[in-house]
Unconditional design. Structure first.
Length: 249
């Protein structure tokens, strides 16, 4: 599937935004390319938007005609980037912009959108790789309207990633211990209060007789819960920790 096949162009919108062509980083990509790509990708199912809507979204306080002119300039820069590097993602006509990705393009957000729409089923390990962080995480603040939209979509994407990755630590899932631990580590990065992920990592460390690591993991979770939430680890987590540490007591 798209997450594994080589591609001429790679576009990353989750976490640090970048455009790679044949593995090389393209510099000078306008921020509007990433913003418009993200907005169009998540404008499902049509993935098309009127120019007037996009201009008002990105430049709501611009004088009459200025927002439309700004969008025309952005589209011209995007067209130049795409033509220079020989790919197609965003297409425009006189009234709309729409998404038209070529077969040689891989985009992390497109994969996430397809997963969310039920078109494909990403595995927990695939989600660990694809969800690199918040949508447009390193982009400067845009208009209030766009930031409101972005905040809601970030929450939705994070929930989808966390729920999907959490499947990878279920005891009935058909993964190796190393793969379950990979999911547990990513889950804790996204949600530092997940005691179920902590338990997976403590069990892995205990199996390797790394009891210092078990203790470090537990102490870190205990500190996070106390500092942020004012609570202790659950009785189940405490019981597991005590049982794992029994050989060195």
């Amino acid at each position: 599937m798209g997450t594994q096949a080589p591609h001429h162009v790679t576009i990353k919108l989750l976490g640090t935004c970048c455009l790679l062509v044949d593995g090389d980083l393209v510099r000078g990509v306008p921020a509007s390319f990433f913003r418009l790509a993200a907005y169009l990708i998540l404008s499902t199912p049509e993935q098309v938007q009127p120019r007037s809507r996009l201009a008002a979204l990105l430049w709501p306080n611009a004088e009459d005609g200025k927002a439309a002119a700004n969008l025309r300039q952005s589209v011209a820069r995007i067209r130049h980037i795409q033509e220079e590097h020989g790919f197609r993602l965003i297409q425009a006509n006189i009234s709309t912009l729409h998404l038209a990705p070529g077969a040689d393009i891989y985009c992390d957000l497109i994969e996430m959108a397809r997963h969310m729409a039920g078109e494909i089923r990403l595995t927990p390990l695939q989600l660990c790789k694809i969800y690199g962080g918040e949508l447009l995480a390193d982009q400067d603040t845009s208009s209030e309207e766009f930031e409101d939209w972005l905040s809601s979509r970030r929450d939705e994407l994070l929930t989808q990633a966390v729920d999907g990755i959490a499947d990878g630590i279920r005891p009935d899932i058909d993964l190796t211990q190393a793969e379950r631990s990979t999911c547990a580590r990513r889950l804790l990065e996204l949600d530092p209060y997940r005691e179920d992920a902590l338990c997976v990592l403590m069990e892995e460390a205990a199996e390797r007789r790394h009891y210092v690591r078990v203790s470090e993991l537990y102490a870190s979770m205990r500190s996070v819960l106390a500092d942020d939430l004012g609570v202790e680890p659950s009785p189940e987590t405490r019981a597991l920790y005590n049982s794992l540490m029994e050989p060195v007591r």
